[in-house]
Ligand binder design. Structure first.
Ligand code: FAD
Length: 839
């Protein structure tokens, strides 16, 4: 009868022990566990602290007694294995209660000692109130600290899986939590733009987020609080600190036994999980494994691999011919109402390993949008450029994330390509999916890219575009545009694109974007088929905007204000102090399932029929609503009382203000549209100027007004038409093709701001020179400088396409940073302005 000894009785160790017994009824199986518990659910620990898993016992999946009764396994808790004698094939065991030691022989030894939390060597990490979380006793200590009622604030050091699970659960306990993360992003398996979606959600949940900042020290502060000093010098006072900055393999025992150890301290094993001593196996967090995608060594501390390795080591000991196939790192974590998942390699890892790849981001509903409760998931797919083999994926969304990542994990495991994803047959009925599943769509887009139907542009490439060669085209609706857009972009709604192609220069490449990529793809195809160069900003505005926008909120965080939170799950009785004079129940609007700008349009429509003071409670599932509704309220002068997310559902409470700008649209010929709600009327502070004149004094006046308005924080658009175009001409001659009349116009018209003449008293140049001298003496900037300042102040300069055509002025002849646009572009800007000046 063989004797198998196992060190470590949790994920890997317990799996190995029970599998051994199922395969061999006669073997002697002994499990040594240092702690007081075996086979407990470490993954559930944060949720018991948060009160989500109510019963502590539910975490104890098995006990020494149950393992003895059901499996006849000898489990010895509170006993630590402190040495291995490989020659004698025996271990030395210390009984922790008594300190006594004894020896135990083995035929086969399985090491599953796991990995311990890394504690950075900085002052104060051993102070009372500073915790790590690995075991049931760790959990009990943290929970007791919170249950004592003394802890209202916490600092979580580390924005990885366990750190964010702890953050969420501490907030369930009504604590204010600051997350400190040394990297510029949370959840390292994600690429930055996907992590930015998580940052936005954390800010929405009122987590205080300090990215790119580390832990420097902890000291005892006043009032019994801990003073946590960050690398930046900032200090956070908190009642407790949880350190969760990664783990280190517990390989000391193996090392002192002379087993081979890898460069990062992990035990080296072969494909049967045998160490350099074939009678000793090692499994779980302590070992180095191969990544099946690269064939390179890696170490991925996850419960799934540990469990499968336990089973496999037992199989091999039982005489079965098995091989471990590697770990590709499929993982998922709940971050409040988001599920965040990854599998395979991310862009950072692929670049580091010098592996060529392409990537796309698609956004698809988890189920058909007409069935209630749909919400979008963002899927990043990374694949090989030569054959489309899938290399990795990351997913962020509220629903359907687990099933989607599991399909993609399986696809990677079986060596599928993006072309295979196009053909996957996945279950569909309206409550559960879409006829074109999110996985199919990810495959379609990536396959389109590899076939050359679409050119993909990444969010971070926008900042590196050359304005002379590249233009950015926004094809969303005017309402979406008004709620935020890429600086310098030209706006033409996809439905108008075919009619307005003439406004776009064919000499540029147009990077097209919409909310998530679908409309941009239609626009890209239109452009390409009309001879334009075009590319699609992958993931669209919904990926670009969070990635380039705010990430940390450390400095402006105001505290979570738990007591003020309204329960939005019930019909909201609006208290008098919130509703003003009109106390009553909020008017309810269900905009779930509508994609942007649907929810905003629905809000606008409802608000029109409401009285000032009344409150609208809107529910929506479009993730962009979280960003759009504050912007909409701000620009219309309505008051956003509350914004919350529960599951996939965002709920906003909006009070209609007396002076809000919900007036009829300016454009009489069109139906009332929500654009008007954000554009016209008293509340808007934007200004538009039509610069018709090409005379120096008039141009000066218009730029002085524009700069003044911009300095007051107002959005300014200047539309240059006819003679006004001269203001924007480059001073130097630009070689462009022109017919004779166009050439004559060019010779007669002044070339740029420096060549303009006064409208009066020009006096053969003397008056103009005098005016310039006086301006210099009085420290007034010359016109070219005023133009530059305006551009620096984000004043939008639009050259009228129609006037340019008539006067034969080409886009290349205009100074950098000028948009060429049609009347519609200008009228859209006037819709948002409260004053228009004609100069
Ligand atoms: P462990 O499960 O850690 O077991 C090792 C055991 O060995 C320990 O109990 C230790 O006391 C004992 N031991 C060590 N040395 C000795 C010795 N010399 N003598 C006797 N006993 C010894 N993974 C996921 O995939 N999903 C999750 O959601 C997830 N959540 C997690 C949440 C938390 C809070 C933690 C701590 C981990 C989480 N993990 C999760 C990781 C997962 O739990 C581990 O990957 C997995 O438990 C590793 O299994 P293991 O057998 O290698 O080590």
């Amino acid at each position: 009868m063989s004797k198998i000894v196992i060190v470590g009785g949790v994920a890997g160790g317990a799996s190995a022990a029970t599998r051994l017994r199922r395969l061999n009824e006669r073997a002697e199986v002994i499990v040594f566990e240092r702690g007081p518990y075996v086979s407990f659910a470490n993954c559930g620990l944060p949720y018991h602290i948060g009160g989500v898993i109510k019963e502590r016992e539910n975490l104890l999946l098995a006990t020494p007694e149950s393992l003895r009764a059901e499996y006849d396994i000898d489990v010895r808790t509170g006993q630590e294995v402190i040495a291995i004698d490989r020659h004698k094939k025996e271990i030395t065991v210390r009984v922790l209660d008594t300190g006594e030691t004894y020896h135990e022989s083995y035929d086969k030894l399985i090491l599953s000692p796991g990995a311990r939390p890394f504690v950075p060597p900085v002052p104060g990490v051993d102070l009372p109130g500073v915790f790590q979380l690995r075991t049931i006793p760790d959990m009990d200590a943290i929970k007791a600290h919170i249950d004592s009622g003394k802890a209202r604030t916490a600092v979580v050091v580390g924005g990885g899986f366990i750190g964010l699970e702890m953050t969420e659960n501490l907030m369930h306990r009504s604590m204010d939590v600051t997350v400190v993360e040394m990297l510029d992003q949370v959840i390292p398996p994600l690429d930055f733009e996907m992590a930015a979606l998580v940052h936005r959600h954390l800010r929405l949940k009122n987590v205080r987020l300090a990215l790119s900042d580390g832990l420097k020290s902890i000291s005892q502060g006043e009032n019994g609080q801990l003073a946590v000093t960050l690398a930046s010098g900032k200090v956070v006072y908190a009642d407790m600190v949880v350190i969760s900055v990664g783990v280190r393999p517990e390989s000391d025992l193996a090392k002192s036994a002379g087993l081979e150890i890898g460069p990062r301290g992990h035990i080296l094993v072969n494909e049967s999980l045998q160490t350099s001593d074939t009678d000793i196996y090692a499994i779980g967090d302590v070992i180095q494994v191969n990544n099946p995608i690269t064939g390179q060594p890696t170490a991925i501390p996850l419960a799934g691999p540990a469990n499968r390795q336990g089973r496999l080591a037992a199989d091999h000991i039982a005489g079965r011919n098995v091989a471990y196939q590697g770990t590709q790192g499929t993982c998922i974590v709940k971050v409040f109402d988001l599920a965040v998942a990854a599998t395979g390699l991310n862009a950072k890892q692929l670049r580091k390993q010098g592996i060529a790849f392409r990537s796309t981001i698609t956004q698809s509903p988890d189920h058909t949008t007409y069935y209630p409760g749909a919400s979008h998931i963002a899927i990043k797919l990374l694949y090989a450029p030569n054959d489309g083999r899938i290399l990795g994926s990351q997913i962020v969304g509220a629903k359907g994330v687990a099933r989607t990542i599991n399909v993609l994990s399986t696809a990677i495991k079986t060596g599928m390509t993006v072309f295979d994803l196009e053909h996957l047959e996945l279950a569909y009925a309206p409550p559960y999916g879409s006829a074109r599943d999110a996985v199919n769509i990810a495959g379609f887009v990536a396959a389109n890219e590899l076939r050359g139907d679409t050119d993909i542009m990444q969010w971070d490439e926008i900042a590196r575009l050359y304005p002379e060669k590249d233009g950015v085209l926004d094809v969303r609706t005017s309402l979406e545009w008004s709620l935020g857009h890429i600086d310098g972009a030209v706006h033409i709604h996809v439905e108008e694109l075919r009619q307005r192609l003439g406004e776009l220069s064919k000499d540029k490449r147009w990077v097209v974007y919409c909310k998530e990529g679908r409309r941009a793809y239609i626009a890209e195809r239109i452009l390409k088929q009309h001879g334009y160069q075009a590319a699609n900003l992958t993931g669209g505005w919904d990926i670009y905007e969070p990635a380039v926008g705010q990430q940390s909120n450390f400095d402006e965080w105001q505290g979570a204000a738990h007591s003020a939170a309204l329960d939005l799950s019930q019909p909201v009785l609006v208290p008098a102090e919130i509703a003003g004079s009109d106390q009553g129940t909020a008017i309810e609007l269900d905009a779930c399932g509508l994609a942007c700008p649907g929810p905003i349009m629905a809000v606008y429509k409802n608000m029109q029929s409401m009285q000032a003071g009344q409150v609208l409670k809107v529910t929506a599932t479009d993730p962009g609503f979280a960003r759009d509704i504050p912007a909409w309220c701000e620009s219309t002068g309505n008051q956003l009382l509350d914004l919350k997310q529960e599951g996939a559902t965002l709920t906003a409470l909006i009070r209609k203000q007396g002076g809000s700008t919900l007036t009829a649209p300016v454009r009489a010929q069109v139906q009332p549209t929500p654009e008007a709600a954000v554009s016209s009327g008293n509340g808007s502070k934007a200004k538009t100027l039509i610069v018709f004149s090409g005379e120096l004094d008039r141009a000066l006046a218009s730029f002085i007004i524009a700069n003044g308005a911009a300095a007051m924080g107002q959005q300014v658009t200047m539309f240059f038409t006819f003679w006004g175009l001269n203001v924007l001409r480059r001073p130097e001659a630009v070689p462009v093709k022109k017919n004779l009349i166009e050439k004559m116009f060019g010779w007669m018209l002044p070339r740029g701001a420096d060549k303009l003449k006064l409208s009066k008293m020009h006096i053969a140049g003397a008056g103009t020179a005098m005016m310039k001298a006086i301006m210099k003496a009085q420290n007034v900037d010359p016109l070219p400088q005023l133009i530059k300042s305006a551009q620096e102040n984000s004043v939008r300069l639009i050259a009228c396409q129609m006037s340019m055509d008539i006067m034969g002025i080409k886009a290349e002849e205009l100074i950098d940073g000028v948009e060429v646009g049609g009347v519609a572009t200008y009228i859209t800007a006037t819709d948002k302005a409260n004053a228009t000046l004609f100069v």
